[in-house]
Structures are given as C-alpha cells and as structure tokens.
Design a protein around this ligand. Structure first.
Ligand code: ADP
Length: 265
C-alpha cells in the first residue's frame, strides 16, 4: 500500500501527471491537425468557385446577365474568403494579446439594431423571423469598442441562423440587471447536447462540420466579451434550441467623465 510521503507514492503521482501531460499534447496536436484539415477545406471551396467562374468568363461570349451572375458569385466567394482569413487573424491577435480596441461610450441598443440590419437578408433567405425585444428603459451605455461588440452579436446571430431550420425564429432581448447590460440571443434550432455544450467555446471545436466555418467563432466571441470585462453563458437543449447570454458592465458616471475627457484631448 502506497502512503503519502512514501517515495513510491510521489513517483506514482509524477508518473500520472506526466501521462496526463502526454495525453494532453497528443489531444491538442490532434485538434490542430483536424483544424488544419477543416480550414483547408473551408478555404478551398470558395477558391474553386472563383477559379471556375473566372476561367469561364475569360472564354467570353456570355450575355450581360450571365456575366453578372458569374461576377456576383466571384464577389460573394471572395467575401467568404476574407471573412475566414479575418477570423483567423482575430484569433491569432487575441492569442497574442495584440487585439487593439478603441474604447468609447457605446449604446448596446444601437449595436443590436445595427446587427439586425446586417443579418436581415441572411435570415430572410431562410425565412427566419428576427425579433428584438427591448426590456430596458432608455440607453444601455457601456465602455467598449463598438465594432468589436457588433462582431460579438453578429457571430452569435450568425450561428443562430446557421443552426436553425427554415421558418423558425430568433429572438434578441436587451435588459439591465445588476449594473450590467444583458443581451440574450435565443433560437429554436438544432440545439447542443450537454456533453458538447461544455466544449463549444473551445477553439476549433465543432459538433460536426455541418455549418462549415472554422470552429473559432465562439472562442473569439468569448474573448472579446472578456476584454469588455463581461461574461458569456450558453444554455441549450438538443432539438429545442440555444440561448447565449452576454453581460457587459454598464458605464458608471465617473468612467463616462473620464472617457469624455479622453475624447476631447
Ligand atoms: P463555427 O465558426 O464553426 O460556427 P463556433 O465557435 O461559432 O464555430 O461554434 C462552434 C460549434 O458550436 C458550431 O460548429 C456548432 O456545432 C455549435 N453551435 C454554435 N452555436 C450554435 C447554435 N446557436 N445552435 C446550435 N449549435 C451551435
């Protein structure tokens, strides 16, 4: 029998730790390999479209309408590539603590309205109803980077659209609780099992590759929320839907003064 203090016990502990570390290294290498293979696929698909259409159009002889369709596909696929590359760059900046933020006084309500406008067309394509419910009174002011906060909500609504069936709904609510601006994004889409829910915020993790993407979206979103001293919580039920709650501390009077003076300087 090994007892604490006995060198055999200590050696046993050491062996367990080393074993655990070795398993973690193998696991993290496996995750990176999977990521490289899925990102290569993600990059290749739009590239194939762009190459195909540019070669076809170079042959000439198409009427203006056909040419327009080809050009539109090229533009759309290029946007998709830019989006993927930007996501990877953001992730790498966050990893290296190099994400630059321009902090100003931001009204979360305005950010949500802008987000809705940005995703409207995408939701429409799947006949998804987008609703914004305002449970707060007046403005919901926080100190933040408006563009980055918009990125947070765009990511969440984008996921909600991606993982919801046609003709479903997505609800955004905004409220104020305990000196926090609270935004919830709820969908009644495919949901996430309890087992997977623990891991979806991990970098590279995807339940499956069904929605495409890089598996970086939620990891980036979570880190951006944390850079605003906020919190992000997810709840979900398989087959029922998902809710993501983001809370950001409200701006207090003193901070507001400080920000205003900074902007004047
Ligand atoms: P991706 O960019 O690949 O979507 P994310 O980090 O945004 O990566 O999401 C990781 C995974 O979490 C997704 O691939 C999906 O399996 C799951 N997920 C995220 N949001 C939702 C949602 N609203 N409903 C169901 N599953 C979701």
């Amino acid at each position: 029998v090994k007892v604490k203090g006995d060198y055999r016990y200590e050696l046993g502990e050491l062996a367990d730790t080393l074993n655990y570390m070795a398993q973690e290294i193998v696991r993290s290498n496996q995750i990176k390999d999977d990521f490289i293979s899925s990102i290569s696929h993600e990059l290749r698909t739009p590239l194939t479209g762009i190459k195909g259409w540019s070669e076809t159009l170079t042959l000439g002889g198409f009427d203006p309408e056909e040419t327009k369709i080809g050009m539109q596909i090229i533009a759309k696929e290029t946007d998709r590539l830019i989006g993927l590359v930007e996501e990877m760059l953001d992730f790498s900046k966050l990893q290296q603590n190099e994400m630059k933020m321009v902090i100003t006084k931001v009204n979360l309500k305005e950010i949500l309205q802008e987000t809705m406008l940005n995703v409207w067309a995408k939701a429409e394509q799947k006949q998804i109803q987008l609703k914004l419910e305002d449970l707060s009174e007046g403005q919901v002011l926080v100190a933040g980077d408006g563009n980055r906060l918009k990125q947070v909500f765009l990511n969440l609504v984008d996921n909600a659209i991606k993982f919801s069936p046609e003709s479903s709904w997505i609800l955004l609510t905004i409220s104020v609780k305990e000196h926090m601006g609270v935004v919830e994004v709820s969908d009644n889409g495919i949901g996430i099992s309890t087992e997977h829910l623990r891991r979806v915020k991990d970098r590279f993790f995807q339940v499956n590759h069904q929605g495409g993407g890089t598996g970086l979206g939620l990891a980036i979103t979570q880190q951006l929320v944390e850079l605003h001293n906020g919190e992000m919580e997810m709840s979900s039920e398989l087959g029922e839907g998902t809710t993501v709650m983001v809370s950001i501390p409200l701006l207090d009077e003193a901070e507001m003064e400080e920000l205003i003076t900074k902007q004047i300087e």
